[in-house]
Design a protein around this ligand. Structure first.
Ligand SMILES: [Zn+2]
Length: 237
């Protein structure tokens, strides 16, 4: 990175909202990140979406990533690091970011620390949306995504095929391959196994705020904004 650019980043660090959003698949991170993005004018960096976009590319890397995602496996760290680094360095993240779905492991945490140092930034707050596995599983079994505009919808009953069309664009609503129940079970197990050291470290640093993700969207959002306000008034703790 150019030195001038680096100095500029360091100069405005104090005014930035660099937020990490953690939670199991189905915790509602995407929804909350979009709300936060609208409220604070900062960019939602959706790790899952970036990986899914990469998986669409007709390259060897794309094909490999698709295999990992569709089977609920961990995408190799080098690949994840590259896309996160690229994304966080882009101009629309200068005011701040809501990082959704990263870091997920102890080792990614180390990489993330280095990356932030390199960019001259520091995490402002970490929001951990806690939801029991059973709730995540139930939510994801009724989740569909529009093949046209990527809107996320919940369909009643959780039937395999839905004839309903997207209200926004008329596109077909499909189940993401990684939302199949057997894959979700694997994703949840992987998440809870890998996330513990990440949570512990952010907690030690006084950055972590836990919110109850079982509540309704607006209630969860209120818990999150309250936690952010607390951070703003009390500094780090
Ligand atoms: Zn649509």
């Amino acid at each position: 990175m150019a030195e001038i650019h680096r100095q500029r980043l360091v100069g405005i660090r104090k005014h930035r909202f660099d937020i990490v959003l953690l939670g199991p698949p189905g915790a509602g991170k995407g929804t909350q990140a979009d709300l936060l993005s609208a409220k604070y004018g900062i960019t939602h960096v959706n790790t899952g979406e970036l990986l899914r976009a990469l998986a669409e590319e007709p390259t060897q890397v794309g094909e490999a990533v698709r295999h990992f995602l569709e089977n609920g496996l961990m995408v190799p760290e080098g690949v994840v690091t590259r896309i996160i680094e690229e994304r966080l360095s882009s101009p629309d993240c200068e005011r701040g970011f809501i990082l959704d779905g990263y870091p997920r492991t102890a080792s990614q945490m180390v990489t993330f620390d280095h990356l932030l140092q390199e960019l001259g930034r520091e995490v402002f707050a970490v929001i951990y949306i806690e939801v029991p596995d059973s709730v995540c599983l139930a939510r994801l079994s009724t989740r569909r995504v529009c093949s046209g505009c990527s809107a996320v919808k919940t369909i009643p009953g959780g039937s395999h095929q839905s004839r309903a069309a997207c209200e926004r664009c008329g596109g077909r609503l499909i189940r993401r391959p990684d939302d199949r129940p057997e894959v979700v079970v694997r994703r949840l197990a992987l998440f809870s196994r890998e996330i513990a050291p990440v949570i512990a470290k952010f907690e030690r640093e006084g950055l972590l705020a836990r919110v109850d993700g079982r509540n309704r969207v607006n209630d969860v959002f209120e818990q999150i904004t309250r936690a952010i306000k607390r951070k703003l008034t009390n500094g780090k703790s």
